[in-house]
Design a protein around this ligand. Structure first.
Ligand code: XLS
Ligand code: CA
Ligand code: CA
Length: 437
């Protein structure tokens, strides 16, 4: 590998909580065992190619502020330089995974055929870098939202030719993801939604999206792709109404098209917030419905109503999110992807290192807290106690469908039932939660 923007950085190492070195880990000790697994095995951390190597600091009011040597140049040479820098950053951080969109790793060609050839060519280089470094692909995805052809959606476009173009693009991107040993494949419906009902037929668009997803699932099985297919919910932005609103909405959609056993979710903290939920709500909902797949760990800004994609820094929130992941038995083939970008004024390569060091350390510290919550068992015990009535004979009969409405009414009358309210103990539980962080 040639000289890169990150060549001057030594690998970040664990120095312990007392360290004052800003480029050391204070909590991420990758081989430390938590609940029988190493931190690295639990967290399966990934760097997002798009934010770290493509995003240039532009906003609706201003020109790019972040300039990297490969930016503003098309073609394989620029793509190779970018890949070298990416794998060099992975070396510095010691992360086991990365994630990309097809368009992040190489520029689009003049034709479909040329775009596919570009992706194949860079995939060869990525495969070599993966072999050399041991870094693996957590998930691949196709960018079906940036190009003007997708302005009215990809699968949900009123034009079937756009549907076909998007389907062909996903086929190829899934092939490449499989070739690179990708452990999941993500579909985020950036423009699968609408801005005005006046030009939109919701019923048709949902059917189109269902068909598209079924095609992907059928193909995944045909080629023997072992990874999970993941949908990433987001309620809005870029479109005003997005069909993949949140975990519960996507579950309803999967049920309707018979895909609930085939597709799981990639949940993002910032998207949960935009949907009016907490991250842990989305995680616990997906876990309850059996579709928890992977996480994009980032944060939004409570004062801004859009997807700011900042690096996570709230210990309590992240600890609670990981508690529900651990309770659900982990993420399987999923992991924690830093779908987060530098602020417009953070223009130095070093800012990118600081951003990831902070994010990684936060996740590690949150994992320790979540592990302690599980080990200690007091949160779970309280919850069990609260629902204990359902484990008794009458609770089981009610839930098991052994009582009719008339029988229930007769029993309530005969026993002169008068249930007494019991405290939900929220303040006690919140204090207990604080004691772990
Ligand atoms: C955008 C999404 C996107 C997906 C992958 O808001 O978070 O980056 O994670 O397409
Ligand atoms: Ca995301
Ligand atoms: Ca986002």
């Amino acid at each position: 590998m040639t000289e890169t923007l990150f060549s001057g950085f030594a690998p970040v190492v664990y120095e312990g909580p007392q360290s004052r070195n800003p480029l050391a880990f204070r909590w991420y000790d990758r081989t430390r065992i938590v609940l029988g697994k190493t931190m690295e095995e639990h967290l399966r951390l990934a760097v997002a190619y798009w934010h770290s190597f493509v995003m240039n600091g532009t906003d609706p009011f201003g020109a790019p502020t972040i300039q990297r040597p490969w930016m503003g140049r098309d073609g394989l040479e620029a793509a190779r330089e970018k890949a070298d820098a990416a794998f060099d950053l992975f070396r510095v951080l010691g992360v086991p995974y990365y994630c990309f969109h097809d368009r992040d790793v190489v520029s689009e060609g003049a034709t479909f055929r040329e775009s596919a050839a570009n992706l194949d060519a860079i995939a060869e280089i990525l495969a070599r870098r993966q072999d050399e470094t041991g870094v693996r692909l957590l998930w691949g995805t196709a960018n079906l939202f940036s190009h003007p052809r997708y302005m009215a959606g990809a699968a949900t476009n009123p034009d079937p030719e756009v549907f076909a173009y998007a389907a062909a693009t996903v086929k190829h991107c899934l092939d490449v993801t499989k070739r690179l040993g990708g452990e999941n494949y993500v579909l985020w419906g950036g423009r699968e939604g609408y801005d005005t009902l006046l030009n939109t037929d919701i019923g048709r668009e949902l059917d189109q999206m269902g068909r598209f997803l079924s095609l992907v699932v059928e193909y995944k099985h045909r080629i023997g792709f072992a990874g999970a297919i993941l949908i990433e919910p987001k309620p809005k932005e870029p479109t005003k109404h997005q069909y993949d609103f949140d975990a519960a909405t996507v579950y309803g959609f999967l049920k309707r098209y018979g895909l609930e056993g085939e597709v799981k979710l990639n949940l993002e903290a910032n998207h949960a917030q935009l949907a009016g939920h907490s991250f842990e709500h989305e995680i616990a909902t997906a876990a309850a419905l059996g579709i928890l797949g992977s996480l994009d760990v980032n944060r939004g800004d409570a004062l801004l109503g859009w997807d700011t994609d900042q690096f996570p820094n709230a210990l309590g929130d992240t600890a609670l999110a990981l508690y529900y992941v651990l309770k659900a038995g982990g993420l399987g083939s999923g992991g924690l992807n830093f779908d987060a970008k530098l602020r417009r004024q953070s223009i130095d390569p070093e800012d990118l290192v600081h951003a990831h060091v902070g994010g990684i350390d936060l996740c590690a510290r949150a994992l320790l807290a979540a592990g302690a919550m599980i080990e200690d068992g007091r949160l779970a015990a309280d919850l069990r106690q609260r629902y204990a009535g359902w484990d008794g004979p009458e609770g089981r009969a009610l839930l098991g469908g052994e009582r009719t409405l008339e029988q229930i009414a007769a029993d309530v009358t005969a026993r002169d039932l008068d249930p007494k309210p019991r405290s939900g103990r929220q303040e006690y539980l919140e204090n207990l939660l604080s004691s772990y962080t």
